[in-house]
Design a protein around this ligand. Structure first.
Ligand SMILES: [Zn+2]
Length: 330
């Protein structure tokens, strides 16, 4: 606060000088001397009103002494306008031109208030963060926070439920657990799922429906290129890409329980929402549950993943059930 008093000295002088200018203007009036006290009588309170300081009063009294002896030229019209031209511009000049004695104090006050506000904000944010962390440790993570400030981070990054861009994390199935479901061995599922799929596919064929496997188990590398390479190729932003493909580490295909199914009679509908119009889809809808397969991404699913009528997952043993249901909410 010491430095606040420093600028006062020069500014006082500059104000004084201006008062002097004003003085000479007023003094230049070709007027009767008794009018001057009248003017001063008006000016004095207003100077106080503007400055509210002893310095201003002192100046005015100094000026009073110098009024009389300077009858310079500069003619001015009448009294009322003089009051205005004499006083208002001074007030304006004082507040605008000179870094007079008020701004430093006001600036210091303002900075102080801003500082206090910033500290309060930081403290508030820190407290909210602590509350949120404490809460997530104590309560069930699936329940959404009921108190505290909503934090702006959870949507685009890993959410409290462990999802990334709407996809749950999955472990990659051990290769020893996998079994081929096509003659060339290029498409594999976990053994239990592979057996169930083969049985289901045979049953569909018996009904005249041609289920065709398109994609089963995927490694992290498979998903890496599916997500990022295609994303780059199509110029998609991550959020948009995630609507139709999971980031590596977050695909149900890692588990060996998920399979993309096409209709061998209508390959043009592969991996397209038009697949839902095919006989294969209708057959799956009616029968897949008997083989412990279910659709993963239904219309309007809560994960925000786009509707995938071709993507089915096996939930026919304890491990697959735990994989898709128990892990949720972590
Ligand atoms: Zn899929």
């Amino acid at each position: 606060m010491d430095n606040a008093s420093l600028p006062e000295q020069p500014s006082q002088k500059s104000v004084e000088k201006k008062q002097g200018d004003k003085q000479s203007n007023e003094a230049s009036q070709p007027k009767a001397p008794q009018e001057v006290p009248h003017l001063e009588g008006h000016r004095q309170p207003s100077a106080q009103g503007v400055s509210q300081s002893e310095g201003a009063k002192q100046k005015n009294s100094k000026l009073d002494k110098t009024v009389a002896p300077q009858p310079t030229v500069a003619p001015k019209p009448i009294k009322a306008p003089i009051l205005f031209t004499g006083e208002i511009p001074v007030a304006v000049r004082e507040s605008v031109e000179t870094p007079s004695r008020f701004p430093p104090k006001r600036i210091m006050l303002l900075l102080g208030l801003l500082g206090v506000g910033a500290i309060a904000l930081l403290l508030g944010g820190w407290v909210a963060l602590q509350l949120r962390q404490a809460q997530s440790q104590v309560t069930n993570p699936t329940t959404s926070p009921t108190t505290g400030t909503p934090m702006p981070q959870s949507t685009a990054t890993t959410a409290p439920d462990g999802t990334l861009l709407g996809h749950y994390p999955y472990n990659v199935a051990p290769l020893s657990e996998l079994q081929a479901i096509v003659p060339d061995g290029s498409i594999k599922l976990r053994k239990a799922a592979a057996n169930a799929y083969m049985t289901m596919s045979a049953a569909a064929r018996a009904d005249g429906v041609n289920l065709t496997p398109i994609s089963g188990f995927r490694t992290l590398e498979d998903q890496q290129s599916l997500f990022f390479d295609v994303k780059a190729e199509r110029g998609q932003v991550a959020t948009k890409r995630a609507e139709v493909s999971a980031p590596p580490g977050y695909s149900e295909h890692h588990t060996g329980y998920a399979i993309d199914v096409g209709d061998g009679s209508v390959p043009a509908t592969n991996l397209s929402q038009t697949f839902e119009k095919t006989a294969a889809f209708k057959w799956l809808q009616a029968n897949a549950a008997h083989y412990n397969f279910e659709i993963s991404f239904t219309k309007g699913n809560k994960q925000g993943v786009s509707y995938e009528p071709w993507h089915w997952r096996f939930v026919g043993d304890r491990d697959s059930l735990e994989t898709f249901y128990k892990a949720r909410g972590k």
